[in-house]
Design a protein around this ligand. Structure first.
Ligand code: PAF
Length: 283
């Protein structure tokens, strides 16, 4: 596996791969890798000839009060994990390489970026789409891999890719969960054992919601039940629990064939999100 810090070096490595007609798969990450990231890399490995990952803790997607400096950066371990799943090229840029002095351009996906996570973190998705657009321009992959865990993020990235005619396919892969149902996230590392137990209320609420949906209960009633379950858990502060249209993220009043349930809550100082798609597979 090659590790490079510069954009020019990424292009030098990838150009001959593409000239030889080989497909390139790309997994963008912020590091602190867990099984969920490795699952994305393994899927890319199966589907593409050459696998690139980026490890970059992107400052523009953190608000000033968020955990940018505290965000874990276990470089050696991350690189070893990438190597272990057969990544060919790891791009590990500095902030100056990605955002040189004078960079003033941002990418904003209107509407979708202002609801749910975007309502709570107003500048977050602008930072995500800006860095992902830059990374797509640097890596020029055929396919990019994202986890369903960040449902709104992957939807916004799909929308950006479509609207800006970016020539790559977005692949959304199932959320990787611990055996007890907890969705894997780099932020789980911040949870104390009792907080982690409390955090299970998110996946439990989604499971209960899924059963209610299967029983034909109206989406608004399911959303209220999920809200009640999460709010009833000591140490957990609910941000939202909704049942929405999977493409527009607008709240549903009536059941439809495909629905997405999205939940978010704070457990101590840590924000957790999770979601479930109900109905035929979307991706
Ligand atoms: O999901 C993440 O880890 C980040 O938001 C991403 C897509 C790598 C952009 O920084």
């Amino acid at each position: 596996m090659q590790v490079v810090e510069q954009i020019a070096a990424v292009r030098e490595v990838i150009a001959p791969v593409q000239r030889a007609g080989r497909s390139v798969g790309f997994v963008p990450t912020m590091g602190a890798l867990h099984r969920g990231h490795l699952d994305l890399m393994e899927t890319a490995r199966k589907e593409c000839d050459f696998v690139v990952t980026s490890i970059f803790v992107n400052p523009s997607q953190f608000a000033p009060h968020e955990d940018l400096t505290k965000y874990p950066r276990p470089k050696e371990r991350d690189l070893e994990l990438c190597q272990s799943v057969g990544v060919d090229l790891a791009f590990y840029p500095t902030v100056d390489e990605m955002y040189p002095r004078g960079a003033v351009t941002s990418v904003i996906v209107d509407g979708l970026s202002t609801v749910l996570e975007g309502a709570i973190r107003p500048t977050h998705f602008r930072g995500v789409t800006t860095v992902v657009a830059k990374l797509f321009g640097i890596v020029t992959a055929d396919r990019a891999y994202f986890g369903q865990k960040d449902y709104q993020q992957q939807l916004i990235i799909r929308t950006m890719t479509r609207d800006l005619n970016m020539p790559l396919e977005i692949r959304t892969c199932p959320t990787t969960r611990d055996i007890d149902g907890m969705a894997l996230s780099s932020r789980n590392a911040y949870l104390s054992p009792s907080e982690r137990t409390a955090g299970l209320c998110l996946s439990h609420a989604l499971q209960r919601g899924a059963q209610m949906a299967a029983d034909g209960v109206a989406p608004g009633v399911i959303a209220e039940a999920m809200q009640d379950d999460i709010e009833a858990t000591p140490g957990v502060v609910l941000d939202y629990a909704v049942v929405a249209d999977p493409w527009t993220l607008t709240d549903l009043t009536e059941s439809q064939s495909q629905m997405v349930a999205l939940v978010a809550a704070r457990v101590g100082a840590t924000r957790l999100i999770d979601n479930a798609i109900w109905g035929p597979s979307l991706y």
